[in-house]
Write a protein that binds this ligand. Sequence first.
Ligand code: SF4
Length: 207
Amino acid sequence: MTDREYLRGLRAPTKENPFRILMSACLAGITCGFDGTANGTYPSALKILRYDSVKVTKFCPEEFSFGTPREMCDIHGGTGYDVLDGKATVLTETGKDWTNGMIKASKRMLEIAQKEEVEITVLMDISAACGSQIIYEGNRFSENKIYQIGAGVCAAQLIRNGIKVISQRDYASLEILYSKIDRQHRIDETKIDHHEIDWYKEYFKTN
Ligand code: SF4
């Protein structure tokens, strides 16, 4: 769940003193996905890049540790927090253990976030690294793929260290962010965050 109060309290940035945002590189259109694509196109994130009142740092943690292209990986036995605590593992689709590489990538991402003094992070949801609201539980290519509420390893590392994360599907939160970046932007109150969509509420029985 995102922290909308935090977003509402963000300062108004200027060209001279822009918002410092860390973004999953693939959301910015960089072809760092496991298959060498940008994992699709996400206008909600790309919109942020259009403003000169933001400084966006782009980083792909999986590319940092495993290169591109690479195998797909998922968390087995818990969430990203459990991986950081040594209670869950990151395995590729063919069973390679990428746990250590993923933790290393999460530490690098945290270093970058701290060095850049980022004020908000916009990450690709459902990724074993960047997911912040939903991730897979085990191999996403299995016959009975299962989702779980939780963060991927890198998002967990950031959140645990006090860095706020929203996903590209947290449309209500993004509306608040747009309104901070662009004073002309009028918040669309009909937008909702990822955890508020019907699928999420039905799947996770959060009603
Ligand atoms: S690790 Fe993150 S930045 Fe890299 S491709 Fe996956 S979701 Fe995008």
